[in-house]
Design a protein around this ligand. Structure first.
Ligand code: CS2
Length: 461
């Protein structure tokens, strides 16, 4: 088929903006936007979605009226659906628009996909918030928006974190309140009384969009879409908290509302995300590029299964259906038609491992066992940051400093970035240190094959 000329455009009226989103990326589109499209009352709920650091995604999406194609990819094939719930796609730097929307009583929900690392960065915006300037961090922008909402007496609303953090509603609340307190005590009080911070566990594997995905949609659908998103058929959303100004009927699309989210959160963070991190670090060191490739390597697969055995001991309750969840994960990870790149998962390791490895390691040790499988995840990360210095991480400077050390002292310094108490435990340091050696020893040729920078053999004594 020749390349179509018609770009996606809206033929029916867009829903009014009642949700504002921060973090317009592929996952937001395959998840929250998809759920909103599938809510029974979708016609009443439009999303204004703001990008993070760069305007690009907003520019592309705005040129096609916010519409984009969700390509659901299974072993059996692809299915295509145009999603129209994003009715406004905006450059995150347009803080004035963001603030206006938060000050509107019609806005009922703010959703966030700002990355795990961003929740702790709001303090950088204190000077501009105090001087009336424009904040640059997501938490800073949220505080500015909530201040406007208070000033306009626009009423309560819900902030819904959709990042892979345990108790993400509380993390969001703490980040917002601690910054707001510094700006204006009255604002912090208002937020405390009027803003509900909802915790959620989100799940849908969504790799970054590639030029091939764009070409596929043009060929298969007969229109031009520069912002399609390829995702798996599986999707899951568990939410806990109040929506004082209402919300879409996301349950129509399968979302589940619970009183106690922690068990679901732990299941997702440990079993799915934990396995992802093992595969990302061990897999790349062994020369693999994607999740499906790494999973087919028995060494990586065993490391995952061992970690799951440890984690499963701390996931009580029949309703969690851990054995079935594990079987489903193997199938999802094995979906070789979804090229989920390990390099994408490997970023921000110091933040991710705090949620993915540390709780299982602590729980295992608390029960008198070693926690060796959780420790192996940390060991793989430690070997990986040695093999690929300068990678993206909120603690990249501290990682570089740790790298100046050698032997167990280096391991200890890295461990301290994840959990200071564990780093003070000599047994844990030795355990992690001993487990990282094999990754480094085995790494050079495999790493070279993967294009990973040279492994510095001097880093482990
Ligand atoms: C991944 C997640 O990049 C990562 O850290 O583990 O993005 C994962 O793909 C999603 O949480 C799946 O729902």
């Amino acid at each position: 088929m020749s390349t179509p000329r018609a770009r996606l455009s809206r033929t029916t009226p867009a829903a009014p903006v009642r949700i504002v989103h921060l973090g317009l990326g592929a996952f937001h589109r395959s998840h929250q936007a998809w759920y909103t499209q599938h809510a029974g009352d979708a016609g009443e709920w439009g999303i204004a979605s703001f990008t993070g650091r760069r305007p690009d995604a907003a520019t592309v999406l705005a040129a096609q009226d916010g519409l984009f194609t969700v390509v659901e990819r299974s072993d059996a094939g692809d299915s295509f659906e145009v999603v129209g719930s994003i009715v406004e796609a905006v450059d995150g730097a347009d803080v004035a628009r963001f603030v206006d929307l938060l000050a509107a009583p019609s806005t009922a929900v703010v959703t966030l996909t700002i990355t795990e690392a961003a929740y702790g960065l709001g303090a950088a915006d204190l000077p501009v918030l105090l001087s009336g300037g424009e904040p640059t961090t997501p938490i800073g922008r949220l505080v500015a928006g909530l201040a406007a909402r208070k000033n306009h007496d626009a009423g309560p609303l819900a902030v819904v974190s959709c990042d892979n953090l345990s108790d993400n509603g509380t993390v969001a609340r703490n980040g917002v309140l601690s910054l707001a307190r510094e700006v204006d005590a009255g604002l912090a009080e208002w937020i405390d009384a009027n803003v509900s911070f909802v915790s959620t566990s989100v799940d849908r594997i969504t790799p970054r969009t590639t030029p091939e995905d764009v070409a596929l949609v043009a060929e298969s659908c007969g229109y031009l879409d520069d912002a399609p998103v390829v995702t798996e058929p599986f999707h899951n959303w568990v939410l806990s908290g109040d929506f004082p100004a209402g919300r879409p009927r996301w349950e129509d699309a399968g979302a589940v509302f619970v009183d106690d989210i922690e068990p679901y959160e732990n299941r997702k963070l440990w079993l799915l995300n934990g396995a992802h991190s093992i595969l990302a670090y061990a897999g790349q060191l062994r020369g693999h590029a994607t999740v499906a490739e790494a999973l087919s390597d028995p060494l990586c697969r065993d490391a995952v299964e061992d970690f799951w055995d440890e984690a499963a001991r701390h996931l009580p309750g029949e309703e969690l259906r851990v054995p079935e969840y594990r079987t489903a994960l193997l199938e999802r990870f094995g979906n070789a038609r979804i090229a989920h790149h390990l390099a994408q998962i490997g970023v921000d390791g110091s933040t991710k491992l705090r949620m993915r490895a540390v709780p299982v390691l602590r729980a295992e040790r608390g029960d008198g066992r070693t926690g060796a499988a959780a420790a192996r995840m940390i060991a793989a990360w430690s070997a990986y940051v040695a093999a690929r210095p300068g990678g993206q991480d909120p603690q990249s400077e501290a990682i570089a400093d740790a790298d100046l050390l050698s032997g167990a002292a280096r391991t200890q310094a890295l461990l301290a970035l994840l959990d200071e108490e564990l780093a003070r435990d000599g047994d844990v340091v030795q355990l992690v240190h001993g487990l990282s050696g094999p990754f480094l020893d085995g790494a050079p040729t495999a790493a070279a094959a993967a294009g990973v920078g040279g492994v510095r053999s001097g880093t482990v004594a």
